[in-house]
Ligand binder design. Structure first.
Ligand code: SF4
Ligand code: SF4
Length: 278
């Protein structure tokens, strides 16, 4: 049986919030029984955009993680709901029943992703429905996906076996796998949000030039094969996708005609080592 999946490319999201606005436009003042009641004008972000800054000036980058309900296959919210107030449809979508969930404020805290919002006026927990009411009318994608100008989001109906292949070929990841909830939202380029980098520049002091083509090798404390790269024409290098707080790393810098330099980095978060003179 095919089920709905959402793939979000962190590398293509530039925080325009069109997806958030499309969601607000669809659900503000609009009831879609039996799937959802109207979203309030303020407070709720059923499609939330998280922001994360890495590095230090001048080597800084910012990435954005659009965060809807993950429509988990093993959802904590479903287990926490009384009277089957939250349920999973055959197509994979998780729905909060707007009648049965009335008054169940504790459901807001049942989701470790923090994507259930409390509607004070309606006395109701609410969240993203993947625009179920539109899909049931034949739409191929929810409003947020339709509104994204960069194509950062892809919505597809697929067999779980097909998704396994796609996850492998597209290097997709899930956000917070340690929660163990089997989400149906996958991220591409997640490393830009969840991991860190070591960057720097190499320069030749005696001739006051950038060291283009210097060979930089990074090794961590494990026996893993070291990562090697060459500096660009500005003498810059960058190793990305490293685990935060992963401890001692050893950097070797080689350039023909100059003594090899060795550096130790105790990696906590993304770091710019500045200019290293040979
Ligand atoms: S992300 Fe949270 S609200 Fe959505 S299905 Fe998973 S546990 Fe439930
Ligand atoms: S509409 Fe697309 S680019 Fe804009 S914030 Fe949403 S996911 Fe990012």
């Amino acid at each position: 049986m095919k089920k709905w999946n959402l793939i979000i490319d962190i590398g293509k999201c530039h925080d325009c919030n069109n997806c958030f606005l499309a969601c607000k436009d669809e659900f503000f003042e609009n009831d879609f029984p039996p799937h959802s009641s109207a979203q309030p004008r303020h407070g709720h972000r059923w499609m939330n955009i998280l922001r994360h800054e890495r590095g230090q000036f001048p080597k800084v980058d910012v990435s954005y993680l659009p965060l809807p309900c993950m429509h988990c296959d093993d959802a904590d919210c479903i287990k926490a709901a009384k009277d089957d107030a939250i349920y999973k449809r055959e197509d994979g979508i998780v729905i909060i029943d707007p009648v049965k969930a009335k008054g169940q404020r504790g459901l807001v805290d049942s989701c470790p992703y923090g994507v259930i919002w409390w509607n004070e006026t309606l006395d109701l927990p609410q969240k993203c429905t993947f625009c179920t009411h539109l899909l049931d009318e034949g739409w191929a994608r929810p409003r947020c996906v339709q509104a994204c100008p960069t194509g950062a989001m892809q919505f597809l109906s697929a067999e779980d076996s097909g998704m396994v292949q796609l996850i492998e070929s597209e290097k997709l990841e899930i956000w917070h796998p340690e929660y163990g909830l089997q989400p149906r939202v996958y991220y591409k380029n997640l490393y830009r949000f969840s991991r860190c980098f070591i960057a720097g520049s190499i320069a030749l002091k005696d001739v006051n030039e950038c060291a283009e083509g210097a060979i930089v090798t990074l090794k961590d404390a494990s026996d893993k094969v070291p990562d090697t790269g060459k500096t660009n024409n500005f003498g810059d290098f960058k190793f990305d996708g490293l685990e935060e707080k992963s401890g001692e790393h050893h950097l070797t810098i080689e350039y023909p005609g100059y003594p090899t330099q060795e550096l130790q980095v105790d990696l906590e978060v993304s770091v710019d080592l500045g200019t290293i003179f040979l």
